[in-house]
Design a protein around this ligand. Structure first.
Ligand code: MTE
Length: 315
């Protein structure tokens, strides 16, 4: 997701995983050598157990049955610029972030605006598992077993008025705990948005966990958005504000590079990123590239929302 010069692209598109793992291995060896129990090795053992022990509940209508990415893949290869721009920065730099206690402000055109304690906000919702195929705009993908609840449940609970046409989301701003926010990588706080019908679509999901456990900080604890038919950057993390608005809200990556990242950001193999193709992707953990699917394979559930819209213009 970096705004890069052309010659940098290859390194982001084809992740130098061997370098990355070598670096983690080096950190592990170095901390063993220093006499401490390596954080990395504890993490690996737990991650392996979590991956192996996870038994998803009954398969739901929106779940993919593709092979899950491992807990380790999902929690050590992240985009979360508040903690740095490298894929390994979020896991390494988010240890001091405090996702508890947490409040979420619901504002704008709703009958029930309020600042909710997260526990109170979550109380009425039935938690479920959702196994989603996730596609990053950088042309890699993963399969992630999320835990959480449909965003539509939250929307219904706060009762939007007829003036609410879009939902705007905002990430917490805490530079003391999020070292990346001390630097202008992006305009802080991170913001995102959906059209109201997109927010109400049964696929739109508010995740509070993955692999049946609470969300780790690097994945957006304690509450993040998941919209599996859109590029991953729509999935705003650590949400503190949800505002119902009349006009299309600003979004962080569109502010950063308007020609590259639009408001809709629907996964579309026919619309290339200006600097690379979106026709194929690399599933993390696999070598060979695979074709990218329209709406990331979720067309039957979402295509109707964009009928008549020019998807090249509304990228
Ligand atoms: N949310 C915030 N607040 N900050 C970010 O940098 N990165 C986005 C998205 N949400 C990001 C964010 C991008 S580019 C992606 S691909 C996904 O989070 C990655 O989610 P994951 O690390 O859980 O796979």
């Amino acid at each position: 997701m970096l705004i890069k010069r052309k010659d940098d692209i290859k390194s982001s598109e084809i992740t130098p995983e061997h370098l990355y793992y070598n670096r983690r291995e080096w950190i592990r060896m170095a901390s063993v050598a220093m006499g401490g129990m390596a954080v990395g090795s504890i993490m690996s053992e737990n991650a392996l157990a979590l991956t192996q022990d996870y038994k998803p509940k009954a398969k739901g209508p929106y779940d993919t049955d593709e092979k899950l990415n491992s807990y380790k893949d999902i929690t050590t290869y992240n985009n979360y610029y508040e903690f740095g721009t490298d894929k390994s920065d979020p896991v390494e730099n988010s240890g001091s972030f405090k996702p508890k206690p947490w409040t979420v402000a619901v504002e704008g055109h709703v009958k029930k605006p309020a600042v909710y304690n997260l526990e109170d906000l979550l109380k009425p919702f039935k938690m479920e598992d959702r196994i989603y195929r996730m596609r990053c705009v950088e042309a890699w993908s993963m399969v992630i077993p999320w835990m959480g609840f449909p965003l539509a449940d939250l929307v219904k609970k706060v009762e939007p008025t007829s003036r609410a046409k879009y939902v705007a989301f905002e990430t917490v701003f805490r530079p003391a705990e999020m070292p990346g926010q001390k630097r202008p990588f992006l305009k802080w706080p991170y913001v995102e948005g959906l059209r109201l019908d997109e927010a109400m679509n049964p696929l739109s999901f508010m995740a509070t966990g993955l692999y049946g456990k609470e969300l780790p900080n690097q994945n957006g604890a304690p509450l993040r958005l998941v919209t599996p038919w859109k590029y991953g950057f729509k999935g705003i993390k650590s949400i503190i504000k949800i505002k119902f608005v009349q006009d299309e809200p600003p979004t962080t990556w569109n502010i950063a590079a308007p020609d590259e990242y639009g408001f809709y950001s629907n996964v579309n193999p026919e619309v290339d990123h200006p600097r690379w193709t979106q026709k194929t992707e690399r599933r993390i953990g696999e070598f060979r590239k695979r074709p990218t699917l329209m709406f990331n394979g979720y067309a039957e559930h979402v295509a109707g929302m964009y009928a008549g819209m020019d998807m090249k213009k509304n990228y």
